[in-house]
Design a protein around this ligand. Structure first.
Ligand SMILES: C[S@@+](CC[C@H](N)C(=O)[O-])C[C@H]1O[C@@H](n2cnc3c(N)ncnc32)[C@H](O)[C@@H]1O
Length: 212
């Protein structure tokens, strides 16, 4: 899939009421920002935002936060979000590596949707299910840990199953073909997923948790 470059992405973001320009100042204060104590679900690498916007629409009693490194991608998401006017979704333009500077123990669920697979061994540390990331997640989960991952990449999926189980996560759902799974797993498609679905590529899915 192509990435559009939006020249004035930063301005579009700054003008968006759902965009959080300085997320660091809300560490331990996200519930205050949302003005409720509903659960907070976080997506890393949200891209153009279809998934998280539709999740926020479907689940108005859950708060959602989307982090995306690429400002053009996030600007596209912000324009879509402004049409929907969802007060339970906030957008952050930052590197997922910085989540512990942005959140205290405030997060209930983390979504990793079609993250870059980083197939080379030397890039392993960049995978969102690398142990170094799992350690960051430990610092922001409110109590129990809960990760939902979707990918079309078999290598990343196999790696994630191993990395998460080595880190004591339990798998509540594992599917090797989400869209043809007999269990009818509840699902909202991401932008990338829609493309892969058209191409009839299997989507790998896991729902993993660790109860504290
Ligand atoms: C393959 S795209 C998937 C986008 C979206 N989740 C989807 O499924 O349509 C991966 C996205 O993750 C973003 N990304 C990669 N590394 C990141 C990081 N360290 N922090 C935040 N976003 C990141 C990329 O900019 C890209 O938009």
């Amino acid at each position: 899939m192509e990435y559009n470059i939006i020249k004035n992405a930063d301005k579009i973001l700054r003008d968006c009421p759902y965009f959080i320009d300085n997320p660091y100042k809300y560490k331990n204060k996200w519930h205050d920002l949302f003005n409720n104590h509903n659960k907070i679900y976080l997506e890393l690498g949200t891209g153009r935002g279809d998934f998280i916007i539709n999740m926020a629409k479907q689940y108005p009693n859950i708060n959602f936060i989307a982090i995306e490194l690429n400002s053009s991608q996030l600007a596209t998401a912000s324009l879509k979000l402004q049409k929907e006017k969802l007060s339970n979704l906030k957008l952050i333009n930052d590197d997922a590596r910085n989540i512990t500077k942005i959140f205290g123990k405030e997060i209930d669920t983390i979504y990793l949707t079609f993250s870059e697979p980083w197939p080379k061994k030397r890039d392993e540390k960049n995978r969102f299910t690398h142990e170094s990331y799992l350690k960051l997640y430990d610092q922001i989960f409110k109590k129990d840990k809960h990760i939902i991952l979707k990918t079309d990449n078999k290598g990343l999926f196999a790696y994630s199953l191993e990395s998460l189980s080595n880190y004591w996560y339990i798998f509540d759902i594992v599917s090797l073909d989400l869209h043809n799974d007999e269990r009818n797993i509840s699902n909202i498609m991401t932008d990338f997923e829609k493309q892969y679905y058209k191409e009839k590529r299997p989507i790998y899915y896991l729902d993993a948790s660790f109860k504290n």
